[in-house]
Design a binder for this molecule. Structure first.
Ligand code: NAP
Length: 557
């Protein structure tokens, strides 16, 4: 890559974030642009992103391990032995650390560096980044690898600062935590029953030394069995021999997972045939029960109602108290219209005498007190430890902690006029992108797993997005282009296409992080289409067509 010029311009390519996206971006930039000065800036003290931060008890994959790892390092695929069908967080982190060591990535990753501002310099045609200590970084190209679920949010509840015991969000779980030592004889409270809360609650409930566990549930989740298992040495050997077909299978499905919808509609088969498929799926590990069901289940209300009723009965069978069981069954959204949390004994936890449910629909939280949580019926639930499993400022929220100034000082996020009187590109968190890769007015700034990309099996989406970005950078280098920017026309077309793809999908009619909602974040109360709801196969085809047409939709200078 050509020299950038003046001395203070330190890098050709800067990458923000050292999760799976960031480390693979570094690897790709090194491979394709060997002379580029490249660096990764990472806020944490270690690599791994999601899998570095989320070290709460019970954190583990709910996508099959073999489909989640990197596919590009064939040597490592043969070297690495996984222990479980759905790996636990420490094993995943160990794998990521091995990737970094093997490819000597650590030398180009700078930890403990949190970027707070990024400003496009029109005259110099580069980005000026500033970290929280005031250090400045200049770079020609910027790759954002910020993660879809990286910005944790605490609940907007009065009194949160008053609580006197330890309290934390699961993605900021203390690294030196020891369940036996830190939870022994403690009354633990968990607010939130999404995938994170459910994993935390299940694992905590299994610790015999806790005094009590109180779950504060606003909306129940359609959780279903994970069915994890150990992988034997013989099984691992066999899996290693099948990796080519494993990744081919992932590449052929709309979500990048190993599972594929049943090609039939629910209404095309008899009741007995429907139940037979549902029972089969329910007995299978992983997301089969979400993704493998009849193809109309997330498009047709009646099809969804039938499957939801089947799943509700499964919950009823697992909870001893029928009144409690009804409180644990979602009533305001159908099965699979939000991301399905997978569990190993979640519902059975409520059969224990020391596990209590507080149904916040009946008695909402009034405030947090020094000693616990007071609900509107006047009860003060006494707690020693409080866990806020209350989710993330998702997708666009990864960009929020950075103050962005694009071309002509244009902000990325904000209201229509913003402080500068300039209209933000993502007004009220509604994304506007070309292929989810770039945003007009933000030249040379690429997004891996940005809004409007497919987020099914995350590493599959990451590998593809990183490769496209690296190819685009290589193209710029070969042609001596120093600026690339998505055109308004292309971004309009792509944004309309993404909105069109979302129409008719029941997932887009329910409040969740997948529809841009977070009740704890001002400005995130209105649903928007934030992810590409078309198939990953179609997405890759469109990226390929764009490249084949000389990167149509991008302007170069
Ligand atoms: P989430 O799905 O957004 O759930 C947040 C929970 O907190 C919800 O139950 C929500 O209730 C509740 N909540 C939020 N604010 C509240 C308030 N003020 N008062 C009371 N309750 C409140 O977040 P998450 O569980 O962290 O999961 C996010 C995503 O992370 C998942 O969907 C999944 O994609 C990913 N994840 C993956 C894994 C894995 O791969 N193994 C594990 C964990 C998470 P409402 O529903 O009423 O808003």
């Amino acid at each position: 890559m050509g020299s950038i010029g003046a001395q203070e311009q330190n890098y050709d390519v800067l990458i923000i974030g050292a999760g799976l996206s960031g480390i693979y971006s570094l690897h790709q930039v090194r491979e394709r642009l060997p002379s580029a000065r490249v660096r990764v800036l990472e806020a944490a003290e270690g690599a791994g992103g999601t899998w570095f931060w989320n070290c709460y008890p019970g954190a583990r994959f709910d996508s099959e391990t073999i489909s989640y790892q990197f596919s590009w390092d064939k040597e490592l695929l043969q070297e690495w032995n996984w222990k479980e069908t759905f790996s636990a967080q420490p094993d995943i982190l160990q794998y990521i650390e091995r990737v970094c060591e093997k490819h000597d990535l650590y030398g180009d990753i700078q930890f403990n560096t949190r970027i707070t501002s990024a400003q496009w310099q029109d005259t110099d045609r580069n980005w000026l980044l500033v970290d929280e200590t005031g250090v400045q970084y200049r770079t020609r190209f910027l790759i954002t690898c910020l993660g879809v679920l990286s910005n944790p949010t605490l609940p907007a509840i009065a009194g949160i600062q008053d609580f006197q015991g330890p309290s934390f969000h699961p993605s900021r779980w203390p690294k030196d935590f020891d369940m036996k030592r830190d939870f022994a004889n403690k009354r633990i409270g968990v607010i939130g029953t999404g995938a994170t809360g459910i994993q935390t609650i299940t694992e905590t409930s299994k610790e015999p030394s806790i005094k009590s566990l109180t779950v504060f549930q606003r909306t129940p989740s359609w959780s279903a069995p994970l069915r994890n298992a150990k992988i034997t040495t013989e099984q691992m050997q066999k899996l290693k021999g099948e990796y080519d077909s494993t990744f081919q299978q992932c590449a052929s499905t709309p979500t990048g997972f190993l599972h594929q919808a049943d090609p039939r509609k629910s209404s095309e088969v008899s009741h007995e045939e429907r139940v037979a498929l549902w029972e089969k799926l329910y007995a299978e590990p992983g997301f089969a029960k979400w993704i493998g069901t009849f193809r109309d289940t997330f498009l047709d209300r009646e099809a969804n109602r039938l499957y939801s009723e089947f799943m509700a009965d499964k919950i009823r069978q697992r909870v001893d108290d029928p009144v409690l069981a009804e409180s644990l069954i979602p009533k305001n959204h159908g099965f699979g219209t939000r991301r399905v949390p997978l569990e190993s004994g979640y519902f059975e936890a409520f059969n224990q005498s020391n596990v209590h449910l507080v149904d916040l629909q009946k008695t909402p939280i009034d405030r947090i007190t020094p000693n616990g949580i007071r609900t509107t019926d006047g009860t003060e639930h006494q707690l020693d430890v409080l866990v806020y499993a209350t989710g993330f400022d998702a997708i666009t929220g990864g960009f929020s902690p950075i103050e962005w100034h694009g071309k002509d000082d244009r902000p990325l996020l904000g209201s229509s006029d913003g402080e500068t009187g300039k209209r933000a590109r993502w007004v009220d968190h509604r994304p506007y992108t070309y292929l989810g890769l770039m945003v007009p007015s933000f030249p040379n700034m690429f997004m891996v797993l940005g809004p409007h990309q497919p987020f099914g099996n995350v590493p599959r989406s990451i590998e593809h997005a990183v490769q496209v970005v690296a190819q685009l950078l290589e193209f710029c280098q070969n042609k001596n282009y120093t600026v690339v920017e998505a055109s308004e026309e292309a971004a309009n077309g792509w944004t309309e296409h993404v909105i069109e793809c979302g129409k008719g999908g029941l997932l887009n009619e329910v409040d969740s992080w997948m529809t841009g909602i977070n009740t704890n974040v001002p400005g995130k109360r209105v649903r928007s289409v934030v992810r590409y709801g078309g198939s990953a196969v179609e997405y890759r085809k469109r990226c390929q067509q764009c490249r084949a047409a000389g990167w149509s939709g991008f302007n170069f200078a």
